[in-house]
Design a protein around this ligand. Sequence first.
Ligand SMILES: Cc1cc2nc3c(=O)[nH]c(=O)nc-3n(C[C@H](O)[C@H](O)[C@H](O)COP(=O)(O)OP(=O)(O)OC[C@H]3O[C@@H](n4cnc5c(N)ncnc54)[C@H](O)[C@@H]3O)c2cc1C
Length: 446
Amino acid sequence: MVDRLVVIGGDAGGMAAAMQVRRRKPYLEIVALERGRWTSYAACGIPYVVAGEVEPLDQLVARSPDEFRDKHRIDVRTRHDVTGIDLAARTVEVRDLSRDRTFTIGFDTLHIATGARPLRPPLPGIDCDMVHGVQTLDDASDLLDHARTGEAARVAVVGGGYIGLEMAEAFCRRGAEVTVLEAGEQLMSTLDADMAGLVATAMRRRGIEVRTGSPVVGFEPGRVLLGDGALDTDLVILGLGVVPNSELADDAGIETGVKGAIVVNRRQQTSADGVYAAGDCAESFHLITQRSVHIALGTVANKQGRVAGINMGGGYATFPGVIGTAITRVCETEIARTGLTEVEAARDGFDVVTASIDGHTRAGYFPGTKPITIKVVAERGTRRLLGAQIVGEEGAAKRIDVLATALHAGFTVDEVIDLDLGYAPPFSGVWDAVHIAARRAADLLG
Ligand SMILES: Cc1cc2nc3c(=O)[nH]c(=O)nc-3n(C[C@H](O)[C@H](O)[C@H](O)COP(=O)(O)OP(=O)(O)OC[C@H]3O[C@@H](n4cnc5c(N)ncnc54)[C@H](O)[C@@H]3O)c2cc1C
């Protein structure tokens, strides 16, 4: 047995863990194996780089491989692809992509943080050059070239999830003609239909064509094939969600669960002794439904990585779970959600009351006030807040954090009404929109 931590994956879930271990174990050998050329990069920033709002691209790198090596003595090896895990021998098999050779490396503790990859359904023509997933900084660089040169005058975004919509905004800002093709009846399946409808309206107002109920059946060079015709396009972006990169773990006999994500306990331990996992490759526990879920977000990856690292470093930490908080922006429209939507709550058997309000982000009379719509979902018997969604303009979406905090605390809508939130006319009305939504729900609950 060697006294070495091996980390597979050099981004949020991997390097957050490695840094925690380094703090607690200054002399432990830590080897981080990363398939790509980058470490600790913010994929979240890719749409804004493509849009030209953030530049240059390397701004998205929080810590480079050299910084990890020189400042933190973490032996980061980029362009190293892990191809197998042998739990009995406690080794991983690695392909050094630069030198074209394969070797094995032993571990005492192993941390799997292999992330997730964009879903590519097996549609005819999906591998043609014009079809792009969005995940790595290499993808970003490639898309940036298309955006800058104006080569992509017509862009089709397949899938109406948040990554698809952020990329639609990016190309819209670059002056492209953008069409979003969504197979379902609404954009953003993570929102209720009424709230998602507000997003579609705002996007159409900005000149983005939104086609719902429009399944893609294949691709040909220069064309997306639809059930009822075809759309001419220069570039296709896939925004169909992600699948966890958990095959390595699965092949090694490590337990996997929801959507194939790696099963972990609250200390981020997998089913194998001395093997941890964190981030998009792993499951999370949903605090409201009390079930395992797969939620691929940077917020979760960083927290899980931190907890895994504390535990691998000899400390004790737990990650209690998630409530499905997410936030995004499409053009001038801000979108946020937390907890359960009305549809999700019904699916889980909750008896709910919902309340929607239209309000303002500042005092109604104050210059620059913007519209905000909040929908809250509350449990009928207990009056407990179960979830909330927000669609609005500048200043709207971050209000979700108040509601997320209330959810973590298990507040009723009455307790939300009593929250002592800050008020001055440039920031809100004397009753914030969050208060007003909670009041509406309380009235409906009687
Ligand atoms: C366009 C876009 C926008 C996003 N916006 C947001 C946002 O606004 N908010 C938010 O919370 N989240 C956002 N996310 C999600 C967020 O980026 C991810 O949840 C986060 O990066 C997950 O971190 P991770 O370390 O688990 O996985 P990843 O970031 O995927 O990192 C995994 C790493 O492992 C490497 N790897 C995989 N397999 C192997 C192997 N076999 N051997 C060696 N290396 C391997 C990969 O190359 C990769 O670098 C966004 C994602 C994208 C793509």
